[in-house]
Structure formats: C-alpha cells, structure tokens
Design a protein around this ligand. Structure first.
Ligand code: FES
Length: 67
C-alpha cells in the first residue's frame, strides 16, 4: 500500500525506515520524501512510526490510512 502517493513511498518502506531507527515524520521526509509535497500522508506515516516504534520486525498493519 502506498503511504505517500506524491513520492511513491510504500508502507513497507516506512516500516523499514522505522526498523532502521527513524522515529519522526521529519526524518522520513529527509530520507524518503514523505510529506514533502501535499503532506496528506503525514498522519498515516506518523501512525505507522508509532506502531513500529521499538519494533525489530515487520508488524502487521493496523493503521487505517486514506489517501
Ligand atoms: S501524499 Fe505524501 S506528500 Fe502528498
């Protein structure tokens, strides 16, 4: 699923970035471009980061994101 349509960033990419230690949407923006245009993805990206905070493996998605 795409989290950020403007930059073609997928949920998997966001989860991988979280796994690598990214904790904020700002950090995602710098790494992947998330929320760098319309920013409608910021809330969804934030929810995924929160869900993954501290995780070491991919977690089944529970975030509901509407883009
Ligand atoms: S959907 Fe992410 S910047 Fe537009």
């Amino acid at each position: 699923m795409y989290v950020c349509i403007c930059q073609s960033v997928t949920e998997r990419q966001v989860r991988e970035a979280a796994r690598q230690g990214l904790r904020t949407v700002k950090a995602l923006k710098e790494r992947l471009g998330v929320a760098s245009e319309c920013a409608r993805c910021a809330r969804c990206a934030h929810e995924i980061l929160r869900e993954c905070h501290g995780c070491t493996e991919a977690v089944q998605s529970t975030a509901e994101c509407v883009n």
